[in-house]
Design a protein around this ligand. Structure first.
Ligand code: S3P
Length: 165
């Protein structure tokens, strides 16, 4: 099996779904954000101390590393695919699945989430802007798209496994 790369907006459920998919496929699971945290510490702190540009460099480095893996479910940060080089490398390393969720779902999930620096302040407005910018990117890069609204993480994982096998 090639890698399975999960992509989509912040709060679309990539991390949770990757764990379910890993169990279902008997595959290892890796998360680009978690790798960044392991190596460099908390993402909010990186944004605050060094800025987004620096975070993107660390993200790029981690993307290169995870692309060397095989038979792995790779959960990516929401901004990962907006970098063309990241998108190309990830696509070469496996199948990219876009986890699409509705704007309202994201807004509901954003309430009470204080962990995402790009959503700090007016989360709804920021989600809207990110979604407008990124939807075309996710759609262009993805090999498959799954509509996740109304599906549990287990159901989404099952849908992915059926789609790609
Ligand atoms: C980001 C999303 C985050 C994380 C970082 C930047 C983004 O990951 O990589 O805060 O640019 O959308 P999630 O998609 O898991 O929230």
């Amino acid at each position: 099996m090639n890698n399975i790369i999960l992509a989509g907006m912040p709060l679309c459920g990539k991390t949770t779904i990757s764990v379910e998919l890993g169990k279902l496929m008997g595959a290892e699971v890796v998360d680009t954000d978690a790798e960044i945290v392991k190596k460099y510490g908390c993402i909010s702190d990186i944004f605050e101390e060094y800025g987004e540009k620096h975070f993107r460099l660390l993200e790029k480095e981690v993307v290169k590393e995870v692309c060397n893996l095989e038979n792995t479910v790779i959960s990516t940060g929401g901004g990962c695919l907006t970098d063309k080089e990241n998108a190309d490398e990830l696509k070469k390393s496996g199948v990219v699945v876009y986890l699409r969720v509705g704007f309202e779902t994201l807004v509901l999930r954003a309430r009470g989430d204080g962990t995402r620096p790009l959503l700090a302040g007016d989360a709804e407005k920021k989600l809207k802007a990110l979604m407008n910018d990124r939807t075309p990117v996710y759609e262009r890069v993805a090999d498959f798209t799954i509509d996740c609204d109304g599906l549990s993480p287990e159901e989404t994982a099952k849908a992915i496994s059926e789609l790609i096998t």
